[in-house]
Write a new protein. Structure first.
Length: 331
């Protein structure tokens, strides 16, 4: 975590700055969900903006017995490099002098809270945008997205799990903690699915559904349960559908001119990765109260701002699959 202190030129006291940083972390971290099962990488400083993720391929299994005095042919290491570029994202809000002086609320505190929530939404939306673009697709019906007008089924999840297991994709047993203190926590080994809340009621009706209350006291935010005793179900308002992208026959599903097609993204271990700049923590925070300067002679405007470096990339398409389906209409 880095904080800009500007002391005599008008920034608020260091103690308050430090509190603002902690406040942003506490507001943002619990709401950043999709990154919790991503691989976490650091890009060294001063080496450019491009992060290279190297995925090593499995060695071939030598099934021939080793003969006396005969050296077997050695296997050669092979790998695939996947690149991503760190970009800066952020948000800011003004601290108006009159509001700062006369408003009954503690505006710097309120502003840092709102910025923390905004940072969380930005990061979550970035993660969703990246991971819903995987190439492994299972459709609830039909052969193209424009055919889809059906609810997800248990068979769809069975096909997804079989596909992941066919690539020897590992289940996820550790995730990043949701607290401001960075670390990992253990979970029941499972694949993790991420989907819009509009699908929750449908998934609860699947035959193998088990509510999270039956197996944990510490659910992941948005977790509603498991299916097939192997896939965690995580709901989120950020897993938006492709609106009006499905079949023109709505078939009782959500949509206007065509059905809305919802992704259920299912992750295995090492499916995707998130990178940050080494030596720079989660976010950079600037808190400056209204103060007179050459450019602002009456000190009419201060600000709170926060920014962070980010890149995310799917590192193994075989460890990520997506069910495309519909949600029931409530009209």
């Amino acid at each position: 975590m880095s904080v800009v202190y500007q002391g005599a030129d008008g920034s608020i006291a260091q103690r308050t700055n430090t509190y603002a940083v902690a406040n942003i972390l506490y507001d943002a971290k619990p709401n950043i969900v999709i990154e919790r099962w991503a691989d976490q990488e650091n890009l060294p400083k001063n080496v450019g903006k491009t992060m290279t993720h190297r995925r090593y391929h499995d060695l071939p299994d030598n099934m021939h017995p080793i003969e006396r005095g005969v050296n077997p042919n050695p296997a050669k290491l092979s790998w695939t490099d996947i690149s991503s570029t760190l970009r800066m994202f952020g948000t800011s809000a003004d601290l108006d002098r009159e509001n700062y002086d006369f408003h009954e609320d503690k505006l710097p505190m309120i502003t840092t809270k709102l910025i923390g929530e905004s940072i969380a939404r930005i990061r979550e939306k970035l993660g969703v945008s990246i991971t819903k673009g995987g190439s492994q697709v299972i459709r609830a019906n039909g052969s193209a997205r424009t055919d889809i007008n059906t609810l997800p089924s248990e068979e769809d999840f069975e096909i997804a799990v079989e596909a992941l297991e066919g690539y020897d994709a590992e289940t996820i047993s550790k995730i990043v903690t949701s607290t401001a203190a960075y670390g990992t926590e253990s979970i029941q080994p499972s694949y993790i699915s991420y989907f819009h809340t509009n699908l929750s009621s449908t998934l609860r009706k699947l035959d193998s559904f088990i509510p999270y209350q039956d197996y944990t006291k510490m659910p992941i935010p948005g977790e509603i349960g498991t299916v097939l005793d192997k896939v965690k179900l995580i709901s989120s308002n950020f897993a938006l559908p492709w609106y009006n992208a499905g079949a023109s026959n709505l078939n009782g599903m959500r949509g206007v001119t065509a059905t809305d097609v919802y992704p259920i993204t299912i992750f295995a271990k090492h499916a995707w990765s998130v990178s940050k700049l080494a030596g720079v923590k989660a976010v950079n925070v600037n808190v400056v109260k209204p103060v007179a300067s050459q450019a602002d002679r009456h000190g009419l405007l201060g600000f709170v701002s926060s920014d962070f470096y980010y890149s995310g990339v799917i590192t193994n398409d075989n460890y990520l699959t997506r069910i495309e389906c519909c949600a029931p209409s409530r009209s």
